[in-house]
Every structure is written in structure tokens, then in C-alpha cells.
Design a protein around this ligand. Structure first.
Ligand SMILES: [Fe+2]
Ligand SMILES: [Fe+2]
Length: 223
């Protein structure tokens, strides 16, 4: 079940994971295509670099949020989750994510696709192997049903607000991160993520004030 009738952090975790998972897959698929066929034009190349850079920022921030804010709180309510294992997995994932970030800077410095793109896609592929079992563990423990049973509605609202505030402070730049999250999600999941944001973000900033900045990522987004 994805949509909860009362406030619930379970669907929020699912949609954040879903946006990151799509970003990882899209970055790898397009990276492999550009390595084979070259970029169709300079604008697509710039948009791709921006998209992957934003993905790296989002995933780093997701780990920080879980480690600094979410897990210490969840530990009280979900003492049976394997936090040591999850934190060990984060360390390995972050190591590969740093390699992906370094490879991306190689791609950005290289006007022709080649070894740097292959390094990037190899890193993304190794990341995916670790990421999917990792989020499966989180999603099996922090389910909608368990969150509803173990947290009051007030706690769900408070935690959700704290998590979103933390994300907004740490994920940057917001004019790329928030469109990245929204438009890596299909409509039903997008509306769950949009519900976590102040209305000004979805009604004014993303469609108007920030549009020119995120527009180059459009070929890789669900829009
Ligand atoms: Fe995690
Ligand atoms: Fe997670």
C-alpha cells in the first residue's frame, strides 16, 4: 500500500527511494548510450551532467538525513531494524558514490564521451547492485503499517516536517534538487512528494522562478 489515509512517513520513504532509484537507472542508461553514440547536442550534454550531479547530491543528502536525523529517531520506535548493517551499507554506497562524483567531473571536463563516461556508468551499475537490497531492508522495516502502529499522527506530521526541513537545508541546489525529485516520480508518487513541500515550491518556484535552471535536465525527467 502506497497511499496512507492519515499522515505516514512510510509513503514518503518509498517515494524518495523511488526518485533516487529512477535517477540512478536513467543516469546509467543514458551514460551508456552517450558513450556509444555521442551526445546529440551540447544542451543534452549539459543537461545530463546537471542531472547526474543533482543525483549525487540527492543521494548524499539522503544518507546524511538517515544517519543524523531519521535513524536515531526510528531506533526508539523500531528497535528491531538492523541499524548497524544499514550504516555499514551506507559506508560502502557512499564510497562508490564518491567515485561516481569524481567520474562525473571527468565527464564534465571531457568534451568527448569516452573512458570517463564508462567510469561513470560502471560506478552507477555497482551502486545499483548495493542500493536495491539496501532500500529493500529499510522498506521492509519502516512500512506504512508499522509506522501507523508505532507513531501517533502528531509524530508522523512532526517527523515529516523535520525530515523535509533537513533535506531543504542540506540538498543543494534546491532549484535542481526539488525538480529532480518531483519529476523523477510518476504522477501518483509525485503528488505524495509535493504534499511534503510548501505550496510555493510546486506552485511558483519550480514552474516559474527555477524553471530556466532545471530545464536542461528535462530530457531525463518524467515531464
Ligand atoms: Fe539508507
Ligand atoms: Fe533510505
Amino acid at each position: 500500500m502506497l497511499v496512507a489515509e492519515v499522515p505516514n512517513i512510510g509513503p514518503e520513504l518509498l517515494v524518495v527511494h523511488a526518485a533516487i532509484s529512477r535517477g540512478m537507472k536513467v543516469a546509467e542508461e543514458h551514460g551508456r548510450r552517450f558513450s556509444r553514440e555521442d551526445y546529440p547536442d551540447a544542451a543534452t550534454r549539459a543537461g545530463f551532467i546537471s542531472y547526474v550531479r543533482t543525483f549525487v547530491s540527492v543521494l548524499h543528502e539522503h544518507h546524511l538525513l538517515e544517519e543524523e536525523l531519521a535513524f536515531p529517531r526510528l531506533q526508539e520506535k523500531f528497535p528491531d531494524a538492523p541499524y548497524d548493517l544499514l550504516l555499514d551499507q551506507h559506508k560502502v554506497i557512499v564510497g562508490i558514490l564518491d567515485e561516481v562524483g569524481a567520474a562525473l567531473e571527468g565527464v564534465a571536463a571531457d568534451t568527448r564521451p569516452g573512458e570517463s563516461l564508462n567510469g561513470l556508468t560502471d560506478g552507477l551499475s555497482r551502486l545499483a547492485v548495493l542500493w536495491h537490497p539496501h532500500i529493500q531492508i529499510e522498506q521492509e522495516h519502516f512500512t506504512v503499517e508499522q509506522a501507523a502502529a508505532r507513531l501517533s499522527a502528531d509524530e508522523q506530521i512532526e517527523w515529516s516536517r523535520l525530515f523535509m526541513e533537513y533535506s531543504q537545508q542540506h540538498a543543494s541546489p534546491d532549484y535542481l534538487v526539488l525538480p529532480f525529485m518531483l519529476y523523477n516520480l510518476p504522477p501518483a508518487e509525485r503528488s505524495i512528494f509535493a504534499g511534503m513541500l510548501p505550496p510555493i515550491v510546486t506552485e511558483q518556484l519550480v514552474p516559474m522562478a527555477w524553471r530556466e535552471q532545471w530545464e536542461p535536465m528535462r530530457p531525463f525527467l518524467l515531464i
